[in-house]
Design a binder for this molecule. Structure first.
Ligand SMILES: [Zn+2]
Length: 511
């Protein structure tokens, strides 16, 4: 989100305890008789047997396909690996672990502990996150990233993008200082930089240095800088991903150069600023118009990725919906809930006086924004699934699943949704050869589901999809195991741990 400085400044987050959950990464694991959704956009196949060894996928044996059986020969993995841990999973589906392209490990005002956040992520099948901003502190995030890479903690793998200028002791405004700062965070081990707009000379120089060093880059184009640097400007300078939507409408302006702001507009007035976002989309190009197509084509030619985070603004079109999301009761920690409630001190907590006149333009804006993102995907552009949870009534894990539903609403086929949430996000962070799809040789990051997620994405939610079985309401949470680096986690147990953390925190903090 915005105001990254403000979000969790000052206080440090509780690091995750040493890993007490999951199997050994050294085990050989066989997943028997599963249907495979490989993450590339290909349709499911199977039943198949998946053999995992030393944290990598060794074989995927399609036991039903005569061609693949002919190529592999008669091969019974259970006989071939007698010491393997075997999971018999007839009727189950397997997909790659989800990769959240816009996540934050947040501080104590938004989570009681890192463990709470990580277990919500893993409990939702998230095996990798791109932390954009390292708001709990870069050293903290890098330390947790190293511990996760070694499987010493129960957490997704962590790709850490440092917030531009963090630790610099003041705003960076010159090219020289920008390049130096990028070098310094690269030396500390950061994977990339998250920008929030910057002085043009510093921004361009930083991106040049980022690309020279082969680092990742992401930008939330804050309105205070968009008149100088919109999404197209920074894409031309080599920015890897445009986060949210900021800077895109401005890139399509042809009859103006700035948004038609009301004279009373004040950027520091957050509710009013958020209210102006819907009208902004309505002031820009129509779908299919020349500036619309030119913008998409140029972004495509530059290889820019869109990471829209539709879900984080969804309350703008219906604030009551996000306050009443079904997961809050069991899974939203009290400090996170307090952060969400309307306040001048909490970033994004703007629904104190949010009414019909604010929501209607946002409903229209979503239609146009979603069309833009869907058109980009159809042209071959990379679009990734990112959540930005921890703000605006979005609880970790749940926000990512909702994002997938919103991709569906935008026009993505469920297979395209899954590809955006797996392989596309992995490619964005430079890990496309290692994770993101189910192929022999890749790291064993995968999710085992009790049913087909393509039929209903809601089964991915930790609180479960609602069903009436025999006249009784029941809930189905389909994520049974989350496997990261070959370590098998019981996803329901992780979600129950979170339920306990939330109950304990409520007890501790009182009403
Ligand atoms: Zn964010």
């Amino acid at each position: 989100m915005a105001e990254e400085q403000q979000a969790s400044a000052g206080a440090t987050q509780k690091a995750a305890p040493d890993r007490a959950e999951g199997t050994s990464p050294h085990d050989t694991v066989i997943l028997r008789s599963v249907y495979v959704i490989d993450g590339t956009g290909a349709p499911p196949y199977g039943p198949a047997d998946i053999v995992i060894d030393k944290g990598r996928i060794l074989h995927i044996i399609d036991t039903s396909d005569p061609i693949s059986l002919g190529l592999m020969g008669a091969f019974d993995p259970v006989a071939a690996y007698p010491d393997a841990r075997v999971y018999d999973l007839p009727g189950h589906f397997v997909m790659p672990g989800l990769v959240d392209s816009h996540a934050h490990i947040l501080g104590p005002s938004q989570a009681p502990s890192a463990e709470y956040i990580y277990k919500l992520w893993l409990g939702h099948g998230v095996t990798t996150i791109r932390d954009v901003g390292s708001l709990a502190g870069l050293d903290f995030t890098l330390s947790e990233a190293r511990r996760s890479a070694a499987n010493d903690i129960t957490a997704p793998r962590i790709h850490a993008n440092a917030f531009f200028g963090m630790g610099a002791g003041g705003e960076i405004t010159t090219a020289h200082d920008a390049a130096r700062w990028v070098q310094s965070i690269a030396e500390r081990g950061a994977d990339g930089v998250k920008f929030f707009g910057a002085a043009p000379a510093a921004f361009e120089a930083a991106l040049t240095e980022v690309n020279k060093l082969g680092l990742d880059s992401a930008c939330h184009h804050a309105q205070r800088r968009v008149s100088q640097v919109n999404a197209m400007t920074s894409a031309r300078w080599g920015l890897r991903s445009v986060e949210h939507w900021y800077g895109l409408p401005e890139a399509m302006f042809r009859d103006r150069t700035v948004q038609n702001h009301a004279p009373t507009y004040n950027y520091s007035d957050e509710p009013a600023r958020y209210a102006s976002g819907g009208p902004l989309w309505l002031q820009t190009a129509e779908p299919g118009s020349r500036p619309w197509v030119e913008t998409l084509q140029e972004l495509l030619s530059l290889g820019t990725t869109l990471s829209p985070t539709f879900n984080i603004y969804i309350g703008h079109r219906d604030a009551a919906r996000v306050r009443n999301s079904e997961w809050h009761a069991d899974f939203t920690a009290p400090q996170l809930w307090d952060f969400f409630e309307p306040s001048h001190d909490s970033h994004g907590s703007v629904y104190g006086d949010w009414g019909t006149e604010q929501e209607i333009p946002w409903r229209r804006a979503y239609t146009r924004w979603m069309a833009f993102v869907n058109d980009y995907k159809n042209m071959g552009g990379r679009v990734t699934v990112g959540s930005d949870s921890g703000f605006i009534y979005k609880t970790y894990g749940f926000g990512l699943i909702e994002e997938m539903e919103l991709f569906r609403e935008a026009g993505f086929h469920p297979l395209e949704v899954l590809r955006s949430a797996t392989l596309a996000s992995a490619q964005l962070i430079g890990l496309g050869d290692e994770i993101g799809s189910l192929e022999p040789g890749k790291r064993a990051d995968l999710v085992v589901l009790t049913e087909n997620p393509l039929a209903n994405l809601k089964v991915l939610y930790g609180h479960g999809a609602l069903r009436y079985v025999g006249g009784k309401a029941t809930r189905t949470a389909a994520i049974k195991y989350t496997i990261k680096d070959g370590v098998v986690f019981d996803a329901e147990r992780l979600r129950n741990d979170v339920r306990h953390i939330v109950a304990e925190e409520r007890e501790r903090l009182g009403p």
